[in-house]
Design a protein around this ligand. Structure first.
Ligand SMILES: Nc1ncnc2c1ncn2[C@@H]1O[C@H](COP(=O)(O)OP(=O)(O)O)[C@@H](O)[C@H]1O
Ligand SMILES: [Mg+2]
Length: 351
């Protein structure tokens, strides 16, 4: 048996997930009622922001602590703290926490991965950079915005679909990255021919209706090329830092330079270049420049930016128990190169 006093004491020690203040401090415990005959406790709690993944976690936590304290069953309702109370605690929350409360994506850094043409490894690079950033402790989301060839779910070995609840879409988490793909919303792998307004609506939905939670970086795997669709998407994107992927052949670099030009034309910044399929390293450690040499540095030079990394040819090691066919393990030589590239990105952005 538990009484109201005890419930208030136990709950009072838990923290508001956004304000990082206890409910005792935020006066977040709005109501407690107890049905003695059933030993049922129901509570109403006010938090900074409702309908978030944080709320779901808190919900489980509240059930745990109340059951531990003696309740048989628990019912919880949430409401949002009044703007007056939010204002009051704003001074104690950090700048970025306040941003998160007001608009979850307003403090996130968008990283758009682009290429002059398909098949150069743009999606492979997007996936592995996202995973590497997560391995470095960052909170990372990834939008597979390639409407022609969404491939991220397969590349990461994603089996499940995002959960949709109360009109919110919860991204699938894989290898520490929150993932949303066009592929989740298309039946039978059918190719899509959307353009213009339709495309904009879908992208907008990815930003607005997806419950990303607190993110440091949101990566976008863009459609390849410099055609109309690529241009449409560039124009709809929030202001982003673009990473251009190229292969090492000089002609590939020419094509990639056009993608860079499109980025600048649509008011995005270029963060750097990744040269993929840079060489093949034989067992003896010799490098063969299968696709030529120099394309990455040349492109970086031309775009007045830097080379963030050079990725050699080679497949990840596959394991059956955690199958993610395009993700390199952390201790794989290429996995280490991705970690370094991710670190370069972090360093460059924090300057
Ligand atoms: N460094 C690499 N070594 C070997 N194969 C690669 C490498 N990068 C990409 N690939 C392969 O090349 C193909 C195209 O890569 P993908 O990432 O789908 O390109 P894009 O998104 O630019 O079309 C895929 O089969 C992928 O597994
Ligand atoms: Mg792709």
């Amino acid at each position: 048996m538990i009484n109201e006093q005890q419930v208030r004491e136990v709950l009072g020690q838990l923290q508001d997930p956004f304000l990082h203040r206890t409910f005792a401090e935020t006066n977040g415990i709005i109501n407690v009622s107890i049905k003695e005959e059933k030993n049922h406790v129901s509570v109403k709690v006010a938090i900074a922001k409702t309908n978030t993944p944080e709320q779901m976690q808190l919900q489980m936590k509240i059930v745990d602590v109340l059951k531990e304290a003696g309740a048989s069953t628990v019912g919880i309702r949430f409401e949002e703290l009044s703007t007056e109370s939010l204002e009051q605690f704003r001074g104690t929350a950090t700048e970025s926490e306040v941003h998160d409360i007001l608009s979850p994506l307003s403090s996130v850094q968008f990283l758009a991965i682009a290429s002059g043409k398909g098949g150069v490894g743009k999606s492979t690079v997007s996936v592995n950079l996202a995973v590497a950033l997560a391995r470095l402790g960052k909170k990372v989301g990834l939008i597979d915005a390639d409407i022609y060839g969404f491939s991220v779910p397969d590349m990461m070995g994603i089996q499940e679909m995002p959960v949709v609840k109360d009109d919110r879409i919860y991204p699938v988490e894989r290898k520490g990255v929150k993932v949303i793909s066009m592929g989740f919303f298309v039946e039978n792998n059918a190719p899509i021919v959307w353009r213009g307004p339709m495309l904009g609506k879908v992208l907008d939905q990815f930003f607005r209706d997806v419950e990303w939670g607190d993110l440091d970086y949101l990566l976008l795997d863009l459609p390849p090329g410099t055609g109309d669709v690529a241009l449409d998407i560039h124009q709809m994107l929030p202001s982003s830092k673009e990473i251009i992927v190229t292969t090492p052949h000089p002609t590939a670099a020419f094509v990639a330079a056009r993608a860079g030009a499109m980025a600048l034309q649509t008011n995005h910044d270029i963060l750097g270049v990744i040269e993929n399929m840079a060489w093949y390293e034989s067992k003896s450690g010799d490098r063969e420049y299968v696709f030529g040499q120099g394309g990455g540095p040349k492109l970086a030079d031309e775009l007045r930016t830097e080379l963030l990394g050079q990725i050699p040819l080679g497949q990840p090691d596959w394991t059956n128990d955690d199958f993610a066919p395009s993700v390199y393990e952390e201790d794989h030589p290429t996995g280490k190169i991705y970690l370094q590239a991710a670190q370069n990105i972090i360093d460059k952005l924090s300057k």
